[in-house]
Design a protein around this ligand. Structure first.
Ligand SMILES: [Zn+2]
Length: 330
């Protein structure tokens, strides 16, 4: 059971116990960082819940329900993903309507709602009503990245299934398995850059991305003494970033992750369900160079510019704003 979910003992334990003692919640919230297996696990859980031979060894894989599930045609599995950037209120309304009918073939229906952190307040409130008065024989599986806050009222109505970053070595194994062209050393480096979230590493081999990232971090850590040197560095890096054909978004992700990791370094409580990770030298240097407020300001600058880029602003200009601001926090 949950063989595809690696290194998430707490999540797997909670789900297994739910099945073992037959006390299923009407809603589960798979919560944690991006790229650590939340959706994979939720799908596996859905398959178990829908299998006609529900047992402790996972879905049987052969009953009609399992066959339909594997081919993406199970009539009692409803799968909702963000349309564009978010789950919209119309999707939640349509879901409510669908749930007013009983399940079609199985004794219960399973609804997977991906990325509920993308919902605006209006859609969130609509979902909340559904959670407050859940129609019988329906189980909701919500997944959410913990980067964005959810309505606390939604959280309180779900059983939380927490996910954590993986130890770097395990993340490296997963990355290496998915991308056989990487050397062991590269896989380890990717795992480190992804902060132990293997799902983030899939795009790291975009041409020019990692050199641009490494150079950015190195220049930010050694910005030069004079104002004019910093401005010059900022403009050079902006030009380099804007010239990335793809991967600008990933560059932003990597930089954001770097500053967040630097904030967490030293703050992380020992028992968070994950092993302590060996720390990147640059992160140690970042912690020496910038205080928490400065690191947090840098993350905010990145978030702000990432949002303006998503609205199709001029890439070069957005990059210049980003780097000038990053260099001004020193
Ligand atoms: Zn089955």
């Amino acid at each position: 059971m949950f063989a595809e979910t690696l290194g998430q003992k707490k999540a797997v334990g909670l789900l297994s116990r739910s099945l073992e003692n037959g006390r299923l919640a009407h809603a589960y919230l798979f919560s944690g960082p991006r790229g650590v297996g939340k959706k994979t696990t939720a799908r596996q859980f859905a398959a178990v819940l829908l299998c006609r031979h529900e047992g402790m060894n996972g879905p049987c894989g052969t009953c009609s329900s399992c066959v339909q599930f594997a081919s993406g045609n199970n009539p009692d599995f409803v799968h909702i993903k963000p349309q564009g950037a978010m789950i919209k209120i119309d999707q939640v309304r349509a879901l409510k309507k669908a749930l007013s009918y009983p399940p079609l073939e199985a004794p219960r229906r399973v609804i997977m709602l991906e990325d509920v952190h993308t919902m605006r307040r209006e859609a969130g409130n609509s979902l909340l009503k559904l959670l407050e008065e859940p129609p019988p024989d329906n189980i909701l599986l919500l997944t959410a990245d913990d980067s964005e806050p959810l309505l606390p009222t939604i959280v309180s109505r779900c059983q939380i299934i927490p996910f954590y970053p993986l130890p770097v070595e395990l993340a490296a194994q997963i990355i290496a398995r998915r991308n056989s062209s990487l050397t062991a050393e590269e896989a380890l480096r990717f795992a480190q850059l992804a902060g132990g979230c293997p799902g983030l590493a899939g795009t790291f081999d975009i041409e020019g991305l990692l050199p641009a990232y490494e150079q950015t971090i190195s220049r930010l850590l050694n910005p030069g003494k004079s104002e004019s040197a910093r401005v010059e560095s900022a403009l050079e890096l902006a030009l380099q970033a804007a010239e990335l054909k793809e991967g600008l978004e990933q560059l932003f992700d990597l930089l954001r992750l770097f500053f967040k990791e630097s904030m967490l370094a030293g703050l992380r409580a020992p028992d968070q369900g994950s092993e302590p990770r060996p720390m990147d030298d640059n992160i140690l240097r970042a912690r020496e160079r910038w205080n928490l407020q400065q690191l947090s300001d840098k993350v905010q600058v990145i978030d702000f510019v990432a949002k303006t880029l998503a609205r199709n602003c001029n890439r070069q200009m957005a990059c210049e704003v980003l780097f000038l601001k990053l260099f001004s926090i020193h």
